[in-house]
Ligand binder design. Sequence first.
Ligand code: ADE
Ligand code: ZN
Length: 341
Amino acid sequence: MMLNNEDFIRGLPKAELHLHIEGSLEPSMVFDLARKHGVTLAYPSVEALAAAYAFDNLQSFLDIYYAGAGVLRDADDFFALTQAYLRRAHEQGVVHSEIFFDPQTHTARGVPFEVVITGITRALDEARAKWGLTSRLILCFLRHLSASDALRTLEQALPYRHLIAAVGLDSSEAGFPPVIFLEVFERARAAGFLTVAHAGEEGPPAYILEALDLLKVVRIDHGVRCEESPLLVERLVREQMPLTVCPLSNVRLKVFARMEDHNLKRLLMRGLNVSIHSDDPAYFGGYLAENFIAAQQALDLSRAELAQLARNSMRASLLPPAQQQAWIARIDAWLAAHPDA
Ligand code: ADE
Ligand code: ZN
């Protein structure tokens, strides 16, 4: 059977490792939930809200993203949000998803931690039962809030330790180096959480080093600015440290001016463990398959390279090695059945 590249990408088994669940809140759901809760929005229509998604940088996005999340009020809202994301992910060939959530965005508005996690978890359980789609949850601390606020959030998470695989660090990067969160990450590791962190999206290579050496992360989210330090790149290759790269996000937030300028392919060819993810798909113009397709077209990625990116997503995942290997075998078989022309 002859497949075009888009169908090749959709059929490729993929792990999504960098996805903020609040970033999957579509404008139509913002309006549905606003109506449900009697909230007045700053925009008159779904179209007007969607038209506001034109960003100059990370902060201009975050301002709209946190405002949008204000319509999430009860556990059914978090369930509906997560269910809608998982359905789309499943339709695009995502077989495993590691999902970030930002509890402080909600607890600061008076929504209890328990409401957030029970709603999300109910949808994760349903997707596993319906489609065999496996998942992990990653609690992100907001770096624009204080270290003591993060410590309080970790305390709130401890009763749900069994539902959360790792902690991460997100929100405004420049001016908020990882070292600020050293103590909370040490406590999280002592409690058995793995650690990840956004670093090198807008921040310098020094932040990637801090994430590695101080926060002891098992992967770096974004990390694309590593290229500015050849010594760091050498280390990332040697350690096969995963970088979860988000192409559409990077272009929308002007980390790269155009997709053609993205360094994903160079990093891949340099031997880095890079993989493709969608970050905040409702805001950046596409889910995982659209990210693969945009990168494939702009960077002229071969099917062998697309398959390597998918293998990397499995290797970088928190799945047990045997499950990673099983998916990698499926990826190899898909490539063998539909090779480059
Ligand atoms: N929160 C949601 N998306 C983010 C991103 N790309 N960088 C930092 N924080 C985020
Ligand atoms: Zn992110």
